[in-house]
Design a protein. Structure first.
Length: 403
């Protein structure tokens, strides 16, 4: 029998960028659910890993729901705050601890006492706060900013990330001791393309959700539509599937969703996208990965292979600079890359970090190093956190409510 996990209804759910439903129908998913429920009864810290949009918060909520803990489930997005704010947000502060701290306030750890604290995007946590988080986990107490007194805690921590923390440890961007402490129990949430048996049940769930909102009497999938859903790679995972089914219900005729009603827009370089998948609008010209023979490897100098050609030209330029004995080459190349990415992203830190494949806090360090970002005061940091929360979903927004 299928198991369905959904987010609780809230006014912000319609604007959420989180995965809103998770179905366990595929045999691999049923084994995963058994593993999740087996570790839920313990108090062990859990690290949930998976691509963006796979439903990591849904897994965290289910861990809490079946754990028997009576306290609240508190979700916090570590990427939604600037470095100057996240310390006080997580651990709380006393009156006068810093400029503007007119009264004492509990942090998110205290808010989750007796329950579960979910730290999403844990890879964005600055190194200095990683040390403090490790101490809290070891000592089971929190010390507010401006205080020397520890406050006992009974909190189960569930952390989540879409980056490879083991590689982040090797790059010295994440502490090894914290990584091992977080991954006492681990859950790898596979992307949608690795659990094809869940795709059609999830699509039907979203059809029912939007059928009610759009006041459509009935909605069903044609055979061709089911085949298209199963064979597409879904680089955007559950969030992409939900958006595709929402659009399909808007444009379908006579309550039947056909292949041409399903709009698929695979992004270049997206996780899971295959070379044979091309831009598909309104389902026209859909070419799933499994539909044709494997493509021959592309040559770097082949016509139309602009990305590889650009990399080849960059390599040639670097070789020329090395041969010329250019001074401080590393710093100049690093600066050029950061400047280009920041300009390409329209001075948006979230998009620039995503383009470069690094965390937002790593990007902020580079921006400061290369003169693109001055040290923000508290007002600027608050505005930055608010902008970040709009991109990071409702749990980022919920965290900002207490500022």
């Amino acid at each position: 029998m299928d198991r369905l996990l959904t987010l609780p209804d809230s006014p912000a759910s319609a604007l959420s960028i989180r995965a809103k439903a998770l179905v366990f129908h595929d045999p691999n998913s049923l084994q995963l659910l058994e593993h999740i429920e087996r570790i839920a009864s313990s108090d062990a810290t859990v690290l949930v890993t998976g691509e963006t949009g796979t439903g990591k918060e849904l897994v965290a909520r289910h861990l809490h729901a079946v754990s028997g803990r009576r306290g609240p489930f508190v979700p916090v997005n570590c990427g939604a705050f600037s470095e100057s704010l996240i310390d006080a947000e997580l651990f709380g502060h006393e009156s006068g601890a810093f400029t503007g701290a007119s009264q004492s306030r509990a942090g998110w750890f205290e808010a989750a006492n007796g329950g579960t604290l979910f730290l999403d995007e844990i890879g964005d946590l600055p190194l200095a706060l990683q040390v403090k988080l490790l101490r809290v986990l070891q000592e089971r107490q929190v010390v507010r900013l401006g205080s020397r007194k520890g406050i006992p805690l009974d909190v189960r921590l569930v952390a989540a990330t879409n980056i490879d923390l083991a590689r982040a440890v090797e790059a010295q961007h994440f502490r090894a001791d914290l990584f091992y402490r977080l991954s006492v129990a681990s859950v790898r949430l596979p992307p949608l393309r690795e659990r094809p048996g869940d795709i059609v049940p999830l699509a039907r769930h979203f059809m029912e959700v939007y059928r009610g909102r759009l006041k459509i009497d009935r909605a069903e999938l044609s055979d061709e539509a089911r085949h298209l859903l199963r064979t597409y790679s879904w680089p955007g995972n559950i969030r992409e599937l939900e958006n595709a089914m929402h659009y399909a219900l808007i444009v379908c005729r006579e309550g039947v969703v056909r292949a041409e009603d399903i709009r698929l827009v695979p992004l270049a370089g997206a996780a899971g996208a295959t070379p044979s998948e091309r831009l598909v609008v309104g389902g026209v010209g859909a070419m799933p990965a499994a539909a044709g023979p494997a493509a021959a490897p592309a040559r770097a100098d082949a016509p139309g292979n602009a990305g590889a050609s650009a990399l080849t030209r960059l390599q040639d330029a670097l070789n020329d600079l090395l041969q010329q004995g250019e001074a401080a080459l590393f710093q100049k190349v690093e600066s050029a890359l950061v400047h280009a990415a920041y300009a390409h992203a329209g001075q948006n830190q979230v998009r620039a970090a995503r383009v470069l494949g690094i965390t937002r806090n790593m990007l902020r360090t580079q921006l400061k190093r290369h003169g693109l970002l001055a040290g923000p005061d508290e007002a600027e940091a608050l505005a930055d956190a608010a902008a970040e929360a709009e991109t990071s979903g409702p749990h980022g927004g919920e965290a900002l409510l207490s500022l």
